[in-house]
Design a binder for this molecule. Structure first.
Ligand code: UD1
Ligand code: CA
Length: 465
């Protein structure tokens, strides 16, 4: 097999995005547009991946270097931008002669690897292969002009096309595969004698014909694979196309998604059997859902492992960020719960509404059901953590841990001032502020003693004089 070298054109300005950020860095499914293209190149085991940068190169290059540290990405600078042919010319010094070059665009994120494999098969290491598609409205695209026998004879840009050519519905997608040893001399022959005074990459078709090299079209029907992003509207359309594709792939694997039009994965989601996901959920980073997990409506879940049988009720926000979050088997979370980085919840833990857990472990069967905060805490088995109670884990300078041993009962509205340990089986009376560690089995109460004054009369308004 001939080695593959990928050239990704990404020098254009993206004027219609009306954004200060370079177009190819705009995100689709949580990932820069051009990163989708780089990842496709990686999945094809490209030998070289060369990104042509121009507008915003000072932002694009560092962002891509950081995101692809393990890969050997190369950049070629194109300034000013004199057309797609001129763009690929900039990569010539980086292209070995023995490879096949695939030309892609950084703003066309959804081309599938299988499509490019088919294109490479058509190229066969010796001919010019063009990815084409029929469009009902081909306005703006380069038309595929064929001879009466059907042989591809030229690509004519819309602005250069005559009326007859404008009637052609087959267009060039912007993607081609061509052996480097043919491409390089053709690039050297390009001129800009055309309606846009640009160096058109598409003119290589003329040179191929002149040199007796076959030009073969590989026609596809899936428009999303060749759709470019030029505006926020197109970005949103492709985001939906991508998410629908993902949703249908999950459903094909048995995941029950209530509405594939209201389902978003911006990262990697893995699901065991019998997972159910209600509407409007967003999954970010790495999320794994165990057997039979149920996710209620309107949850945002990032960087988290949810084990078998756990139920996440509606409006729950989980973000494991760097430390991760684990929800154990059969746990019940939410509605309206918030799990932050380092929340490690064992089996059958219950976290109820308006409860926040951060950097804390909760052992099997522990419960915090209402309006509570657990930060930097180690909670033993079967603990009941009362409504409105909090760990005061921050003294204004440092964070301290709270340890709540097994079978403790913390009443409502308590403050546990860390560092502090509540001994096993102990009870803390409601409304207590606990500043000293407590013995196992003890009842601890730390609040003003109640007094009751019999037959108390409230002050009365003085009569008006
Ligand atoms: C190009 C094709 C056209 C095809 C269409 C598909 C040419 C001459 N025409 O159109 O036949 O139907 O794609 O979308 O190739 N870019 C650079 N440097 C430049 C010019 C462009 O990096 O100097 C990049 C752009 O940022 C973009 C890509 O190349 O990512 C394609 O450029 P664009 O202007 O969208 O394509 P067209 O020339 O309109
Ligand atoms: Ca153009």
């Amino acid at each position: 097999m001939t080695a593959l070298d990928v050239v990704i054109m990404a020098a254009g300005k993206g004027t219609r995005m009306k954004s200060s950020m370079p177009k190819v860095l705009h995100q689709l499914a949580g990932k820069a547009l051009v990163q989708h293209v780089i990842d496709t190149a990686r999945s094809l085991k490209a030998r070289n991946t060369i990104v042509i940068t121009g507008h915003g190169a000072e932002l694009v290059e560092p962002a891509l270097l950081a995101a692809n540290a393990a890969d050997h990405l190369q950049f070629a600078h194109q300034m000013p931008q004199l057309g797609t042919g001129h763009a690929v010319q900039q990569a010539v010094p980086l292209l070995p002669d023995d490879g096949v070059v695939v030309v892609l665009s950084g703003d066309v994120p959804l081309t599938q690897a299988d499509t490019l494999k088919a294109l490479l098969d058509v190229c066969g290491g010796k001919q010019l292969a063009l990815l084409t598609i029929d469009f009902a409205d081909p306005t703006g695209y380069g038309r595929i002009v064929r001879s009466p026998s059907g042989q591809v004879h030229a690509i004519v840009e819309h602005k250069d096309a005559n009326a007859e050519q404008r009637d052609i519905h087959e267009v060039y997608s912007g993607i081609m595969a061509v052996p480097a040893k043919l491409l390089k001399p053709w690039l050297a022959r390009l001129d800009n004698h055309n309606a846009q005074q640009e160096f058109y990459l598409t003119d290589v078709v003329k040179f191929a014909e002149a040199d007796g090299v076959s030009v073969v079209a590989c026609k596809i029907t899936d428009a999303a694979q060749v759709a470019g992003v030029n505006s926020p509207t197109q970005l949103a359309e492709l985001e939906r196309a991508f998410q629908q594709r993902q949703a249908h792939a999950f459903m094909a694997d048995g995941v029950r998604i209530m509405d594939p039009a209201r389902f978003d994965v911006r990262g990697t989601l893995t699901c065991e059997q019998d997972v159910e996901i209600d509407v409007n959920c967003i999954f970010q980073g790495n999320v794994s859902l165990g057997q039979g997990v149920k996710i209620g409506a309107n949850c945002v879940i990032a960087n988290c492992t949810i084990e078998a049988g756990a139920v996440i009720h509606p409006f729950t926000h989980i973000d494991g960020e760097k430390l991760g979050v684990t929800v154990g088997e059969g746990a019940l979370i939410g509605p309206f719960a918030r799990l932050r980085p380092g929340a490690q919840l064992a089996a059958e833990v219950h976290i109820g509404n308006f409860v926040e857990v951060k950097n804390s472990t909760m052992a099997k069967g522990s419960k915090a059901n209402h309006l509570a905060y657990l930060g930097d805490a180690t909670v033993g088995e079967r603990v009941n953590y009362g409504a409105g109670s909090i760990t005061a884990n921050y003294d204004g300078a440092n964070k301290h841990r709270t340890v709540i041993e097994a079978d403790v009962h913390i009443g409502s509205n308590c403050v546990l001032v860390a560092p502090v340990t509540i001994g096993a089986g102990g009870t803390v009376g409601g409304g207590s502020t606990i500043t000293k560690s407590t013995e196992a089995g003890a009842l601890s109460v730390a609040r003003g003693k109640q007094i009751s004054i019999a037959n108390y009369k409230r002050p009365e308004k003085k009569p008006k004089v």
